[in-house]
Design a protein around this ligand. Sequence first.
Ligand code: ADP
Ligand code: MG
Length: 290
Amino acid sequence: MSIRVENLSHTYMPGTPMESPALVGISLEIKEGEFVGLIGETGSGKSTLIQHFNGLLKPTTGKIYVDDIDIGHKGTSLKEIRRRVGLVFQYPEHQLFEETVFADIAYGPSNMGLKGENLTRRVRESMEMVGIDYEELKDRSPFELSGGQMRRVAMAGVLAMKPKVLVLDEPTAGLDPRGRGEILQQIKELHREFGLTVVLVSHSMEDVARLVERLLVMHRGKLVLSGPTREIFAQEEELRKIGLGVPQVTELFHHLRGCFPTIKPDVLTVEEAHREICSYLRQKRGNIHA
Ligand code: ADP
Ligand code: MG
């Protein structure tokens, strides 16, 4: 399932003294099966943009197409679009509201008419997809769980609708390093195993460098850069100008190139850095022995 945005602008509270343009002339396309990252400083419009992907917000001007269907068209079923394009909000645990984990995850599919065995199976499968145990958690209150578990329950609630596109707004915000690592790993697996199209909003350059194939970069309501992750992080100066950076290890390698000009210029992760350093040293040792 693909998403296409054409010349989208969004102004909050138009016609009031509070009027403020949050998105300006955005055009982009997310192809089926892609894993895309969306970055930009706070207030740049990331959350506003993704809430247009499933019709939660209406464009002030412009159009959104999901699989070439204009979602603003009168005849389009927004209910169906929302089922297909699943949105996990920032701090999704704030949206948990039922008394048990089961009831919370079952909420969406039971509204769709799923019942009995089918509903139970759907809840169980969704919990498995995010790595939480059905028997252990189904009767617990979502509010007694750890931050990471709550977030998984919220994700399971979205996955229970069997979306084709999963949009996650800063899914690791506020979690400790272990919780963050686990959630990211889970998202990666959802993409790989189930072929979900994933849009990950993040302010961690490390996280997107490790995970996504392509980056969309926003600044003050505009889409200012878009391209393969490696190419975007090669533009350190442009990113700095708009309040962003590159992963620390990428920056370190930029510095190292001052002393070791033949070292790889576009290292993105600690693992890549490790490989590069080993191969560099091996080569050097070879040269000495030669
Ligand atoms: P980000 O997710 O990148 O931090 P947002 O999309 O939340 O950015 O915000 C973009 C701009 O729109 C900001 O200036 C923000 O203050 C404003 N904004 C966001 N939500 C609302 C709202 N519900 N009402 C009015 N202004 C809003
Ligand atoms: Mg936001």
